[in-house]
Each structure stands twice: as structure tokens, then as C-alpha cells.
Design a protein around this ligand. Structure first.
Ligand code: SF4
Length: 127
């Protein structure tokens, strides 16, 4: 049993039956899943959800409110939101750049005749 009661029925957690099977296995073995940890974070911080919390430097963290429309450095809500989303995109892209590298390497091998294209019929289950 997981540490937190499930908020989403197992069959609705993923469109992938194998994933749902693993969720049941994890719950049976008292291992938390992303759904359990998300539920444990409730209620989520509204400043963070809105992207108007900044902790880029140590003068913060700064939160934009009707009373405090600017961070200590003078950044307004638009600047803070824009910086947050750009930093998140850069971090996410860097973290997954290996997928792009493998794709480029595979395409190069196919172009050089050293590999065959991946048969899409395998993805769809078509024969
Ligand atoms: S809003 Fe400015 S002062 Fe506040 S944490 Fe961000 S960068 Fe630092």
C-alpha cells in the first residue's frame, strides 16, 4: 500500500497498460510513484504555479503580489515569468539532449546506408 491514498484510479493514470501494471506493483510494494508524490505536494504553491516566484539570486526569493509588484532587483512579473520559462526550457532541453543526439546519429547511419529506417509498423502494432 502506498503512503498516500490514490487520487486517480490506477486504470486512469496512464494510457499505457504496462505503466498501470507497474503502478499497481509499486503500490503493492510500498513504493511511491509520481502520482503519489504529486498528491503529497497538494496544495501546490500558487506563486510557483503562476511562475511569479523568483529565486535566481540570493536577494530573493521574491514573490510578486499586489503589494510588491517588483522583485528586489526591479524585475516585474512579466520578466520573472519569462526568465523562469526560459530557464526551465533550457534545463529540460539540456537534460534530454541525448535523445536528439541519438536521433541525429541514427539518421546519419541511415543516410550512409549503415542502418535501416525504423519500421513504423512496429510502433503501431500493424503487421
Ligand atoms: S527577482 Fe531579482 S532580486 Fe529577486 S530573486 Fe529574482 S533576480 Fe533576485
Amino acid at each position: 500500500m502506498s503512503a498516500h491514498p490514490p487520487i486517480i484510479a490506477v486504470q486512469d493514470k496512464s494510457i499505457d497498460p504496462a505503466t498501470n501494471e507497474m503502478v499497481v506493483l509499486a503500490n503493492d510494494n510500498q513504493m511511491s510513484t509520481v502520482w503519489d508524490r504529486f498528491a503529497a505536494q497538494k496544495p501546490q504553491c500558487k506563486f510557483g504555479t503562476d511562475g511569479i516566484c523568483c529565486k535566481i539570486c540570493h536577494m530573493g526569493p521574491c514573490r510578486i503580489t499586489p503589494k510588491a509588484k517588483l522583485g528586489v532587483c526591479g524585475a516585474d512579473a512579466d520578466t520573472i515569468v519569462a526568465r523562469n520559462i526560459l530557464r526551465e526550457i533550457a534545463a529540460g532541453t539540456a537534460a534530454h539532449s541525448d535523445h536528439g543526439r541519438m536521433l541525429v546519429r541514427t539518421l546519419k547511419m541511415v543516410a550512409q546506408g549503415k542502418s535501416t529506417p525504423f519500421p513504423f509498423s512496429m510502433l503501431s502494432g500493424a503487421r
